[in-house]
Write a protein that binds this ligand. Sequence first.
Ligand SMILES: NC(=O)c1ccc[n+]([C@@H]2O[C@H](COP(=O)([O-])OP(=O)(O)OC[C@H]3O[C@@H](n4cnc5c(N)ncnc54)[C@H](OP(=O)(O)O)[C@@H]3O)[C@@H](O)[C@H]2O)c1
Length: 261
Amino acid sequence: MKTALITGASSGIGKELAIIHAKNGGNLVIVARREKSLLNLKYSLQDEYGVDVEVIVQDLQVDNAAQLVFDQIASNNITIDYLINNAGFGDNQLFKQSDPSRNRMMMQLNMNALTELTHLFVSYWIENKICGKIMNVASTAAFQAVPYFTLYAATKAFVLSFSEGLSLELKNDNITVTALCPGPTKTEFAANSNMDQDLADHKMLPTAEDVARFGYKKMIRGQSVAVHGILNKAGTTSGKLFPRKISAYVAGQIMKKAGKH
Ligand SMILES: NC(=O)c1ccc[n+]([C@@H]2O[C@H](COP(=O)([O-])OP(=O)(O)OC[C@H]3O[C@@H](n4cnc5c(N)ncnc54)[C@H](OP(=O)(O)O)[C@@H]3O)[C@@H](O)[C@H]2O)c1
């Protein structure tokens, strides 16, 4: 029975990943800030699937958060097999108008916490000869610059590049790394990222469950980059077909419409 650590499991894609893993009989450690949502999920998964679920209430934006999570898991004698770095948020506005402290929090969560957790678990797995799996949730925004979402897209470009590089570095260590790249998905992300909720609720968009099911399958297979959806796949190749400037301009026009400008 494999145990998965999922950050950002209190809603959206992370919550659906937790449900899928529990359905498959796996135990869980779920991390986020909203204790009530995590506890509700824990009780429902324990009742329905008979799995063990440990809740860690932790703000991953604070310094040393990754170490605190790792230490709590170690002190409970839990061995993690799958690390899913999913927690993240964006900020849909012009960078010059953004709040520096919110920018710092975004970089801390989307990049630093992810990197530090990955380092802690990779080191532990190699030392203990554990065949681990990592899923880092990036975005289709990782494939080109995205004006009006500039910093967020840059954090996700980091996640994509970091995951692809690490996946090759760890080839001989029996550890796989998957960068899951969703496009727009119906979750709380829009509300948390300064976006127009009507667009984010559009009926054509995939659900968090669709994206999680796709990502989980790719993580199990050990695929290094997994872009969800045919249109998103086509969009992410546009950078190869058109000059970078054009791809970025088009992405920026889309994000301009998606914001509350
Ligand atoms: N939805 C989309 O359109 C979309 C598209 C591409 C990529 N993504 C990526 O998908 C991932 C999941 O997002 P989602 O769409 O499922 O959005 P969501 O519903 O807003 O979920 C975000 C999760 O991250 C957690 N989180 C946020 N800040 C945190 C913090 N400081 N410390 C710990 N946990 C924190 C939230 O829990 P608490 O609030 O309880 O802490 C929540 O569980 C993110 O990395 C996002 O960038 C989303």
